[in-house]
Design a protein around this ligand. Structure first.
Ligand code: SF4
Length: 213
């Protein structure tokens, strides 16, 4: 398990360099965030941001989308990855929210997870970003960075999430998700991490292994 002192250094570094990070997905309310996060699975935020304006103009509320069929939604998201599946998920998600939650997006990650197209990661993103719930969503970047830094040696998203919950206090968990995502996108990238310019290198297990003193 990572030493507490090293975790403190990592947290301090993020607090100094990314004081108030946020989602790069564009949204204006829990509904539009949920739609964007469902569309973002294995797709870039930029591509999603190019797609959601027309989609949400046509279906501005959960009720509007619940009245649509997957084939109605498909043309609006055809440039996104897996458009057939995602069109079905969006239609199913909206119908389920109308039937089970009276048209209101649930804030509890456990309830969100029961919606079509919503897995643990999506549920945690929506719960933390839209409702300030103290949960950490583990996506591919969060998983990779956590393991490289040595914050977790878990081999599943759930194991990594549990380790991160151990390291980050409740009030920092929503921010920790963004910290790790942004660091993964722009510095600790999958193929060529920019270790020589990474501010976290003094406390990074991978860096220390590759650069023994
Ligand atoms: S030092 Fe390298 S491996 Fe470690 S977090 Fe920074 S970029 Fe990633």
């Amino acid at each position: 398990m990572k030493k507490k002192q090293e975790v403190q250094h990592i947290i301090s570094w993020f607090l100094t360099h990314m004081e108030d990070p946020g989602s790069e997905l564009q949204y204006k309310d829990p509904y539009s965030l949920l739609v964007a996060v469902i569309l973002s699975a294995q797709c870039t935020d930029q591509r999603v941001n190019m797609t959601t304006p027309a989609l949400l103009e046509r279906y501005p509320t959960v009720k509007d989308m619940a009245a649509a069929r997957a084939e109605d939604i498909f043309p609006y998201i055809r440039s996104i990855t897996y458009p057939n599946n995602k069109a079905q998920h969006l239609a199913g998600m909206a119908r389920s929210i109308m039937e089970r939650f009276d048209g209101k997006i649930p804030s509890d990650p456990g309830e969100l997870k029961k919606l079509p197209g919503v897995g643990r990661k999506t549920a945690n993103v929506v719960a933390s970003v839209a409702f300030d719930k103290e949960v950490i969503a583990v996506d591919t970047h969060v998983y990779r960075i956590s393991r490289r830094l040595g914050l977790s040696d878990g081999t599943t998203s759930l194991a990594v999430e549990n380790d991160l919950n151990h390291h980050f206090p409740l009030e920092l968990r929503a921010r920790a998700h963004h910290w790790l995502i942004l660091h993964g996108r722009y510095v600790c990238t999958a193929k060529k991490p920019k270790c020589s310019s990474c501010g976290l290198s003094p406390w990074c297990d991978t860096y220390k292994k590759q650069n023994p003193q």
